[in-house]
Design a protein around this ligand. Structure first.
Ligand code: NAD
Length: 479
């Protein structure tokens, strides 16, 4: 069941507003400033025609700008049939709060196109994407200084490369043109580590959470990430990377995977790469041999596990199923997977929710790095890498000389030497910047969570941190 199937459930945008209102009630903002931050500044709707398969097809798209307290504004473009104005505005609002929380210097925006990308072949999708981009570029809704899209559900590197190319065709003298969208492929102005960034951010968020035994205990859990049983919904870009890294690098067990065509379950753990390969080959998870399959996928959200990672759609945990959710810890890899009503029920049950605006901020964080790279026209690490290696070599040479001169018999292990001598390239720097960002933002949230009696959950804490920053920017502008 989704939010829209339940009449008591507010819309996605109303849900975001309710969460905002709950937080802002604990602040001392003037009602005028509060309203200014809450509302969405503008939403542009475009209907355009593309001649395909011998007929004109009309498509509807949106680009919503929630807050321009900083520019450019930033946010993904989603391709899905369910895209609508309410959803795009909710997602744009979340982008404002997310960017503020992780200190990415952007306002919030989001876009969407009502289309099922699986209905069209690659060439057709290119024509549709270029035409959509043309409409947005004409109105500065794609522009390196004003509005910078990125991938979201149903879009990826390929669509971003088409959009960037379309921008360059229309703005031939803009030397910063590559910065008009992020999430581009590495050979077209992208940055190492962007594709995996949101999933990597989910991993870093959980690693940081598990560094605080007090927080782990608040979720009725104990110990480390190793051995924790995880159910993930959506094995797309975000869900796949999060599940892969958590199982391969942190020793967690992926015990359940929910996809469009049902769910897989295996308490001994599921091989994430094998399932991904199966989906690519067969179009879904059905028939995957090494786990039990159930056709009613969403029911697995209610199964016993330590950590639940919704990484597909909004509104999947709602008034209809919240009281049956058993996971003591939920990390919102998707945007808005828990409705405002479900959030209340889960909080009362003692479930800890690591909120979307923090949990999936890895994508926009690395997008920020990509945008900076494009504006500086140089790859990260290009100037420093060899200098760093030479300095490290000096230390290793000196230690070896000392050992030989004084007959100390020291031997530096080859593994240490190899790792110490290697200067940081772009990927290492991106991961370091992302890890630092995720740690700092978590610490800011937990500080509020633990220091104020009136803040009962991480989501309210996240809103408090981010609204405060947005309010400060507006005040600095004289509003
Ligand atoms: P994606 O299109 O790559 O993957 C979505 C996955 O969910 C697909 O595998 C799809 O088959 C599956 N899915 C669709 N409907 C489902 C259903 N009813 N039940 C179970 N699975 C279903 O999208 P993505 O980029 O991974 O985005 C997923 C979520 O993460 C969205 O909420 C998005 O807004 C959010 N997000 C994405 C990014 C990013 O960088 N891509 C950044 C921040 C947030």
């Amino acid at each position: 069941m989704t939010a829209h199937d339940n009449i008591k459930e507010p819309s996605f945008r109303e849900s975001v507003d309710m969460m905002f209102n709950r937080a802002v009630a604990l602040m001392d903002l003037s009602p005028g400033l509060e309203e200014k931050i809450r509302v969405c500044n503008a939403t542009y709707t475009v209907r355009f025609g593309v001649r395909l398969r011998g007929a004109i097809h009309t498509f509807t798209g949106y680009r919503s700008v929630h807050s321009e307290h900083m520019e450019p504004v930033k946010g993904g473009i989603r391709y899905a049939l369910a895209v609508n104005q309410d959803e795009v505005e909710a997602l744009a609002a979340l982008m404002t709060y997310k960017c503020a929380l992780v200190e990415a210097p952007f306002g919030g925006s989001k876009g969407g196109l009502c289309i099922d990308p699986r209905d069209w072949d690659e060439h057709e999708l290119e024509q549709i994407t270029r035409r959509f981009a043309y409409e947005l570029i004409k109105r500065d809704l794609i522009n390196p200084a004003q509005n910078v899209p990125a991938p979201d559900m149903g879009t990826g590197e390929r669509e971003m490369a088409w959009m960037a190319d379309q921008y360059k065709r229309m703005q031939t003298t803009d030397i910063n043109g590559a910065a008009c969208v992020t999430g581009k492929p590495p050979n077209a102005g992208g940055i190492a580590g962007r594709v995996e960034a949101t999933g990597r951010g989910v991993q870093y968020a959980l690693q940081e959470f598990f560094r605080y035994p007090e927080d782990v205990a608040a979720a009725n859990l104990s110990g480390k990430l190793k051995g924790k049983r995880i159910i993930v919904q959506g094995l797309g870009n975000v869900g796949y990377h999060a599940a892969k890294f958590l199982s391969e690098e942190d020793g967690a067990l992926i015990t359940g995977i929910i996809e469009r065509d049902g769910a897989l379950h295996n308490e001994a753990g599921i091989d994430v790469d094998a399932v991904r390969a199966w989906i690519v080959k067969h179009g879904g998870i059905t028939g995957y041999p090494d786990a039990s399959h159930q056709a009613e996928g969403a029911a697995l959200l209610e199964a016993d596990c330590d950590i639940l990672i919704p990484a597909a759609l909004e509104g999947v945990i709602n008034l209809g199923n919240a009281d049956r959710i058993k996971a003591p810890l939920i990390i919102e890899a998707a945007n808005g997977p828990v409705t405002a009503g479900a959030d209340d029920i889960l909080r009362d049950k003692g479930c800890v929710i690591i909120p979307d605006m923090y949990a999936n901020a890895g994508g926009v964080t690395v997008s920020y790095f990509e945008w900076v790279k494009n504006l500086s026209h140089i790859r990260f690490g290009r100037m420093q890498r060899r200098a760093e290696e030479s300095r490290h070599q000096l230390v290793v040479d000196e230690l070896e000389r000392l050992s030989a001169d004084k007959n100390l018999g020291w031997e530096i292990s080859p593994d240490f030497k190899e790792r110490y001598l290697r200067g940081a390239g772009e990927l290492e720097l991106v991961r370091s910047g992302l890890d630092d960002t995720m740690r700092a933002a978590y610490q800011a949230m937990r500080e509020v969570w633990h220091s104020r009696d009136d803040v009962k959950d991480l989501r309210t804490a996240a809103y408090l941190v981010s609204i405060r920053k947005v309010a400060d920017s507006y005040r600095a502008k004289g509003l």
